[in-house]
Design a protein around this ligand. Structure first.
Ligand code: ACM
Length: 384
């Protein structure tokens, strides 16, 4: 490989702060992809070199460090962000410097920037399917609890629409601080007891997640009758809670560490060989991994890291990701993904309970807002 001529890319995932646990998995996955690419000879004979900072789960630091990467460090492609508040802080900087951000996290949708590639799930690729599963399995009386920022507000608004489509009702909706303490969940538990819902839909993120599950366990709630369902409770958050607190609860995501396909097993084995057998491998990490490979494939085709040229090449680009073959939709810069739903077992492992084996076209603005048609125009018929 040529030396002194590496492709320098910016990497912004938090190693401290409220969402450090899941962002560390996204950083690990990005570094794994970089190792694999460099071991195979780099891109067009040049090594890939990450320029990394720790933005501490803080939108202001994300914004300042994005500026530093694009201006002082002169990188043109950025990989990073978990919370939507941090993506929204970074994007104006990326847009004004004509860079390109690769964002590997599920989010609330209703956004498009031509300077962003969204590789995590949009609501028609996780929330719609989760709503339908919960309505048909547990009942239609929902309680919504979230962290106090944009993703939970918007995600709960959409979940309310879906529940109402299922002739259901949102009984109550409440928020805890992002930096929550166990006492914040005492109030939540009182409100759950008062309303007695069929489902608790949680948009709590980061360190508060384990507190919510523990509080529900201590309150004696039965997850078989009243599960917590979430899109943000992944292997990274489950690692911080007891198996007893986790058991029986439900998450929808395109990837789980326990998937049994050959490509998923290979990815998880490589990840654990590099970061340790206890290192969690959530969907957010899998998206960070495949988006990096997609980006480098596009860079190779473009022959340049000019964001405009990479953008042209990455649209319609396909990659055999651990979840299945993915591609970026040229209409909206989001990824075609494979929805799944899993339930936590007594060992704190996700076991798939619903896996239709279809790839869903992203519909970030929920143009098609139907519980029985999630694919905008990609599915030949309704999947049961
Ligand atoms: C999120 O804030 N997009 C999880």
């Amino acid at each position: 490989m040529k030396t002194g001529e590496s492709w320098r890319v910016g990497v912004l995932f938090s190693q401290s702060g409220v969402t450090a646990a899941v962002e560390q998995t996204q950083l690990n996955a990005t570094l794994l992809a970089i190792d694999e690419i460099n071991a195979a000879g780099g891109v067009l004979g040049r090594a890939v070199e990450p320029v990394m900072y720790d933005p501490s789960s803080d939108p202001r630091q994300f914004r300042a460090l994005a500026e530093r990467l694009l201006v002082a460090d002169r990188v043109r492609l950025l990989f990073g962000c978990y919370m939507s508040s941090t993506r929204k802080a970074v994007l104006p900087v990326v847009e004004s410097h004509r860079g390109l951000l690769f964002y590997p996290t599920l989010y609330e949708g209703f956004e498009y920037s031509r300077h962003c590639i969204y590789s995590g799930a949009a609501p028609n690729q996780n929330a719609l399917q989760l709503a339908r599963y919960l309505l048909s399995t547990f009942g239609n009386r929902f309680f919504l609890v979230g962290s106090n920022y944009i993703y939970p507000y918007e995600s709960n608004r959409l979940m309310t629409d879906f529940v109402m489509q299922g002739s259901g009702k949102v009984l109550d909706e409440t928020y805890v601080p992002l930096l929550a303490s166990p006492a914040d969940f005492d109030k939540v538990i009182r409100r759950i007891k008062k309303t007695s819902p069929d489902v608790i839909f949680s948009t709590v993120v980061g360190a508060g997640t384990a507190m919510l599950y523990q509080a529900c366990r201590e309150a004696g709630f039965d997850p078989g009758k009243m599960p917590i369902a979430s899109l943000t409770t992944s292997e990274a958050e489950v690692a911080a809670m007891s198996h007893e607190a986790a058991e029986g609860h439900i998450t929808a995501a395109p990837f789980f560490e326990t998937l049994s396909t050959a490509s998923a097993r290979k990815f998880v084995a490589s990840f654990k060989a590099k970061f340790g057998t206890e290192a969690p491998v959530p969907a957010a990490a899998e998206a960070a991994y495949f988006q990096f490979h997609l980006a480098m494939r596009a860079l190779a085709r473009a022959g340049s890291d000019d964001p405009e040229r990479v953008l042209v090449e990455v649209r319609d680009c396909e990659f055999d990701a651990p979840q299945g073959r993915v591609k970026i939709d040229p209409e909206n810069n989001h990824a075609f993904l494979w929805p799944r739903i899993a339930r936590l077992d007594a060992r704190g492992k996700f076991q798939t309970v619903w896996n239709p084996g279809v790839r869903i076209k992203p519909d970030p603005y929920c143009v098609v807002q139907s519980l029985d048609d999630w694919a905008a125009d990609d599915l030949p018929s309704v999947v049961r």
